[in-house]
Design a protein around this ligand. Structure first.
Ligand code: ADP
Ligand code: MG
Length: 627
């Protein structure tokens, strides 16, 4: 059965056993085969005991040292071979089904997680998701491969041995299981506690892996701020908690063992003694006693292990619940929508009284936004950090849904378009583009959705002013990016992202702070590349510097989610605000002053350096001073 065409959502049931049974679709036969193998092995084991009885009572005691002895010997060999073969077969089938189910689960969860909405990812920690897709799946695998099979084996061994023993001697059989109710009570007692302790343990482990994952992702920040000590302490706190919870969990386990061992020990002693007395009295034969003794061992072994299994199974059940919780989460529908145009959109966007708030946020992030952006026009968004610029552009690909008002694209309400279609139509260049640890070519063609020739890739790279950089690497376009390959600078990554967006050729373009994290030298290159990219597309530019936005057809100044000023550069320069000059004009003045001062300082220092003759090396450094 193909791994991908099975929807695990259909397996969800209020009854865990039913859910698990459904989850095993496609592997049930193999799994049942494994159980049958276990059963056959158990029966053959009984055969072994009975053959032993026959050997003692009917062969040795009668002094029949003829062919029968040879046959009995062969019988033992055959039984051992049969038992071995069925154990092996059962192990093989178990592995096949349990690993298969785990593989399917992992595949499903991976896909499921990447199809969740932004809102979901906002409130779900990465470590928690990783934990569920790895450690919890593994616990389910162990449950199936180990615990459930063993439970079946134990139940079978118990029933078969008990039946066989009853046939030999009912009184002895009943005497051998008096302790069972006690063991069940003790097991249930520990089952409940271990379940709780394991839940707590998994929760904490998820927290720990979140900390670890965040720390690794943010390793540059940690280093830059020299916060290793602080981070270590924070990790140690979480780790200490993990240690405590792990210890608690293991303590329950280790408390359980002696309790059940003491019970089972007394049981075994009692049964052996009774059997021995019966044999001495002549109630049973010596052969029967030997066979019974073996059966008693194989009757008590399951009892002892059943308790352990019940306790262990709690971990599988906790993990199963955690995975099901994730599976139950709704995915973000990509194809839902009534309006799917044949070709591309025009890119005519009209905002009317649009307001928006995050589900977990406590206030409106965007308030009554109204403006129009005609096809091919550029709208610039200017405003302080947190004023809502990113939130506004995130509405366009429907990463989030606006809470009220109307937002139309080519005259159709945005909610009518399927998300998948919108995202094809929109290209985004972010402040810090993410590149995968793959080749540069793969990064450039990522998500284009069609075959692209090398010539096309190179043309895009050329337009994005990154071609020369790429060809300067020994492996050219096949150079690996990231951890195992070259490290690209912020500006180079930015240009790779621009080339990628050029190839995608979207009708609507979003440039979210695309120029703010690069040095002044490459900013010129990037601005040129962006100009080229913007041609003929409806564009939203978010930038901090007036210089980057002054050519836009419409500039919106945002403050606390409101549009406080709107117009072209010239209009805004002339506009007055409540306290004299308008906000735009004030930003402009501040930036112009800083730039003047910096230029002045730059030329002063250069002059000074010329005199001290250190100019060659130092000048290079100065060229990178950011405004
Ligand atoms: N995923 C989110 N969940 C909740 N609140 C958010 C989220 N993203 C941003 N915010 C809040 O929304 C406001 C606007 O943020 P944002 O749109 O990122 O501003 P900008 O891009 O202008 O810096 C901020 O107060 C921010 O804290
Ligand atoms: Mg932002």
């Amino acid at each position: 059965m193909a791994v991908s065409d099975f929807d695990l959502k259909n397996t969800v049931s209020d009854n865990r056993l039913v859910g698990l049974w459904r989850m095993m679709t496609g592997f049930r036969l193999a799994y049942l085969g494994a159980l049958v193998g276990v059963g056959v092995a158990a029966v053959l084991q009984i055969g072994n005991s009975l053959l032993l009885r026959y050997l003692v009572d009917d062969v040795l005691a009668q002094g029949r040292f003829d062919r029968t002895l040879l046959l009995v010997g062969l019988g033992f060999v055959a039984l051992a071979l049969g038992e071995g073969a069925s154990s092996f077969l059962s192990g093989k089938l178990t592995a096949q089904s349990a690993e298969g189910i785990a593989r399917r689960l992992r595949n499903y969860l991976y896909d499921h997680i990447q199809r969740m909405s932004f809102t979901y990812h906002d409130h779900m920690e990465t470590g928690e998701l990783i934990q569920r897709a790895t450690s919890d799946v593994d616990a389910i695998r162990r449950f199936l491969a180990d615990q459930a099979i063993n439970a079946g084996r134990i139940a079978l061994l118990f029933v078969v041995n008990f039946t066989a023993l009853s046939i030999l001697n009912v009184r002895l059989a009943l005497l051998s299981i008096v302790v069972v109710p006690l063991i069940v009570v003790v097991s249930i007692f520990f089952f409940k506690r271990v379940t709780k302790a394991y839940e707590a343990y998994q929760e904490q482990e998820a927290k720990l892996s979140t900390t670890l994952q965040e720390n690794l992702t943010g390793v540059r920040v940690v280093k830059a701020f020299a916060r290793q000590g602080y981070e270590q302490e924070k990790f140690e706190q979480d780790n200490w908690e993990q240690y405590q919870r792990g210890r608690r969990l293991l303590t329950f386990h280790s408390l359980f063992w002696p309790s059940s061992d003491v019970l089972c020990g007394f049981q075994m002693l009692g049964a052996f003694l009774t059997g021995a007395l019966m044999a001495i009295n002549g109630t049973i034969t010596v052969g029967t006693y030997l066979a019974a003794a073996r059966m008693i061992i194989w009757l008590i072994w399951p009892m002892r292990n059943l308790g352990r299994l019940i306790v262990q199974m709690s971990t599988g059940i906790v993990s199963y619940n955690r995975v099901i919780e994730l599976i139950k989460e709704e995915r973000e529908p990509l194809d839902e929508g009534t309006c799917v145009p044949d070709g591309n959109v025009q890119g005519d966007l009209v905002f009317e009284d649009v307001s928006f708030e995050y589900e977990n946020g406590d206030s409106r992030v965007l308030r009554n936004i109204s403006f129009r952006c005609k096809p091919g026009q550029a709208v610039a968004l200017l405003g302080s950090t947190g004023s809502g610029k990113t939130s506004l552009v995130n509405l366009l690909p429907r990463f989030y849904e606006y809470t009220s008002g109307s937002l139309t694209l080519d005259g159709v309400e945005l909610k009518e378009y399927p998300r998948g279609y919108l995202r094809q139509q929109i290209g985004i260049v972010e402040q810090e583009p993410f590149l995968f640890s793959r080749t540069i070519r793969e990064n450039i063609t990522y998500g284009v959705g069609r075959d692209v020739s090398d010539a096309e890739v190179e043309a895009a790279a050329q337009a994005a002013a990154i071609h020369d950089v790429i060809t300067s690497f020994p492996d050219g376009y096949d150079t690996l990016v990231g951890e195992r390959g070259v490290t690209l600078s912020g500006g180079q990554k930015q240009r790779v992202a621009i080339a990628r967006t050029l190839l995608k050729d979207p009708r609507i373009l979003i440039l979210d702070d695309a120029t703010s994290s690069v040095d002044t030298e490459t900013e010129g290159l990037i601005r040129q590349a962006l100009q080229y990219l913007m041609q003929g597309r409806t564009t939203f530019i978010i930038a901090h510097r007036i210089q980057s936005v002054m050519d836009a057809d419409l500039i919106l100044v945002l403050d606390h989610g409101r549009i406080v000023q709107r117009g072209t550069h010239e209009e805004l320069m002339a506009q007055d605000g409540p306290e004299g000059r308008g906000m735009y004009r004030r930003i402009y003045d501040v930036q112009a002053r800083i730039e003047d001062e910096l230029e002045q300082e730059l030329s002063d220092q250069t002059a000074y350096l010329w005199e001290t003759e250190e100019v060659e090396t130092e000048q290079k450094g100065l060229a990178y001073v950011r405004v």
